[in-house]
Design a protein around this ligand. Sequence first.
Ligand code: SAM
Length: 208
Amino acid sequence: GYRSRAAYKLKQLDDLENVISGGDTVVDLGAAPGGWLQVAAEKVGPQGSVIGVDLQRIKDLEDEDLAARVETIRGDMTQERTRERVVEAAGGTAGSDTDEESAARDGGPVDAVVSDMAPNVSGEYSLDQARSLHLARQAFETALELLDSGGDFVVKVFDGPDVDAFRADLEEEFKYVRATSPDASRKESSEIYLIGKGRITAPLAKGD
Ligand code: SAM
């Protein structure tokens, strides 16, 4: 079984916009206890890999085949050092882009970045919402650093007035952006997920 009800949200998001395919390299931010990791590891298949990051320790997946595709990092995504560790881990598991030149031309080695990060809720919505948006923006920065051309991004954010501006920023970097609340998160109705489909990377300028 899955470690969290959240697992079904990723299934629904993936059914909607097909963000994870066989052979993909996926980065899962805010991955504990590991429901999304289980779903992502199933979807990438034996040729794929998943890197899970969380403040909390993530227990190894029980299923050995799935566990073999998963690497976990314990760290705070708001810290530069953690983001560097994620970039290093992704570089080490790169599928398509092996040398620096092709990485620069095609974007990064990662096919999808998914973030279910959420702050500990204080009960004061405007504060929680601001923290959620901050985490979402950190995830976005990481996605821009890691994603291959055509790669996809999924990010949770507590809804609020600033989310429109965040969405507009995503729209500049992806072919299109869709906002959705999966059925599995209806109860926590303030949560929305933004899905950025198809990372647009600029071609190298002459002389680079
Ligand atoms: N997707 C997970 C699953 O399916 O099991 C559930 C994720 S839970 C809703 C949100 C997670 O975000 C928590 O485990 C929390 O520790 C993590 N988180 C919050 N702030 C973080 C940060 N700054 N860096 C890394 N993880 C963070």
